[in-house]
Design a protein around this ligand. Sequence first.
Ligand SMILES: NC(=O)c1ccc[n+]([C@@H]2O[C@H](COP(=O)([O-])OP(=O)(O)OC[C@H]3O[C@@H](n4cnc5c(N)ncnc54)[C@H](OP(=O)(O)O)[C@@H]3O)[C@@H](O)[C@H]2O)c1
Length: 428
Amino acid sequence: MTPAPVRVGLLGCGNVGAALVELVRGRADDIATRTGLHIDITKVAVRSTTKERGVELPEGVLTHDAAGLVVDPEIDVVVEVIGGIEPARELILSAMKAGKPVVTANKELIANVGAELFAAAEEAGVDLLFEAAVCGAIPLIRPLRESLAGEEIRRVMGIVNGTTNYILTRMTEAGVPYADALAEAQSLGYAERDPTADVEGFDAAAKAAIIASIAFGVRVVAGDVYNEGISGITQVDVAYAAKMGYVLKLLAVAERKDGALGVRVHPAMVPVSHPLAAVRDSFNAVFVEGDAVGELMFYGRGAGGFPTASAVLGDLVDASVNRHKGSHASIGALGKARIRPIDEVETAYYLNLDVVDEPGVLAAVAGVFGEHGVSIRSMEQEGLGGEARLVFITHIAREAAVQATLRDLHHLDAVDRITSVLRVIGTD
Ligand SMILES: NC(=O)c1ccc[n+]([C@@H]2O[C@H](COP(=O)([O-])OP(=O)(O)OC[C@H]3O[C@@H](n4cnc5c(N)ncnc54)[C@H](OP(=O)(O)O)[C@@H]3O)[C@@H](O)[C@H]2O)c1
C-alpha cells in the first residue's frame, strides 16, 4: 500500500532544523514501512533564503513567509526550531488554531508560556510535543508524562546543561582552572561566546521549570526557579569535594514535600557513589525518585544538531500517527502548587572557613552551628597559623538556619573568611 503523505512545515533551518532535514531524508522509508506514513519536509521558513545550510532543499521549499506556512492548507504538521519567544509563540498558536499538530524544541518558550500553549493545543484538539526542549536526545518528557503517569514522583534531579558539566569535569579531572575550562568549552563549540545563560544556570532553570511542570503536573515557569551558576566555583572547592568523596555538579532539582514544590538550580556536591557523579563531559542525565518505581536514571546527549533532531523526529512521527488516527496526546490540566522559597529548602551543606589558629576556635564555631540548630555531620581541621581552616559537612538543615549561621560566623573574631558554602546532595 502506498504510504499516506505527511506534509511538514519546518520553521527554522539552523543546527537542529538542518539536521532534521537530513535525518528525515535518511529515515523516511523505514518510518513509512513502520507507520504507513511518508514524512516529507514540504516547506521550510527561514530569515535568509540564500544562506548556505549544508543540506540540499529542492527549489521552492525555502520561504520567508513563516506566518503563511503555519496556515497553509498544504501543510499537515508544523515543526518549530526557530528558538526564542516571539515570533515562535504567535506562529505555534496560529498553526494550532488552523488545526495543525506542532512539534517544538524550544525550552525558552515552553518554560515561560507553556501553560498558554498547552491550553491552546487542548482547545484545538491537536498535539503539542516538545521532547527535544529538555535534554536534547534523552527521552524524558514522554516517560514522565506516559510511563510514569501512575507514579508518585518525589524528586527529580538532573545534570541538564552539557556546557557546565564539561567545565566541571575538566576542573575535576584535569585540575584546569574555571576560566581555562570555559575557554576550552567555547573552542569546542559547547559554550556560546557569551556563556551567561549556561554558566549562570538560566538554561538549566528553564529546563527545571519544564521538568517540574511535567513531573508534578503543576504550573512552574522559569521565574519560579531559584538559580545559582558555577562561575564562583574554584579549584579549592573541586579539590575538597574530591578529598571528601564528592564530585561537583550543577544540578536542577525539583521536589515535592508537604504539597509544596521546591525547584532550584545550583552547584552541589554529589557523593562519588551516586549515579549522577559518573555523568562526565558534556553528557546530561536525569535521576528520578518515585514511591513505587524507586530510582531511575535517563542519560545521553543533551544537545547538538543530530541528537536534538532525533528527539524532534520521534515527536514528529508520533504527531503524524496521532493525526492520522484522529487522536492527540494530552498534557492534562496543570494545577497550582505553592513554590517553596529557597529559605525553606532542606539539604546538607559543605562549609569551608579560614580561621585563626588559637585555642577555643572550634568550640566557638561549633557553638554558632548549635545556636541555629544546624547539626554537624563531619569536620576536618587543616593547616596552621594563617593557613588554618575548618571544613564542615552538616546533616540535613534548613537553608534559613544555615544562612543565619553564616551571618553569625561572619561576625565571629575567630573566623577570618568563609571561603565557600555548597549544598550537598544524595546523602539523605
Ligand atoms: N542546538 C542545540 O543543540 C539544541 C538543543 C536542544 C534544543 N534546541 C532548541 O532548538 C531550537 C533551535 O536551535 P538551533 O540551534 O537550531 O538554532 P539556530 O541554529 O540559531 O537556528 C535558528 C533557525 O531559525 C531561523 N529563524 C530565526 N528567526 C526566524 C524567523 N523570525 N522566521 C523564520 N525563521 C527564523 C533561522 O533562520 P536563518 O538561518 O535564515 O537565520 C535559523 O535557520 C531552539 O529553541 C533551541 O533552544 C537546540
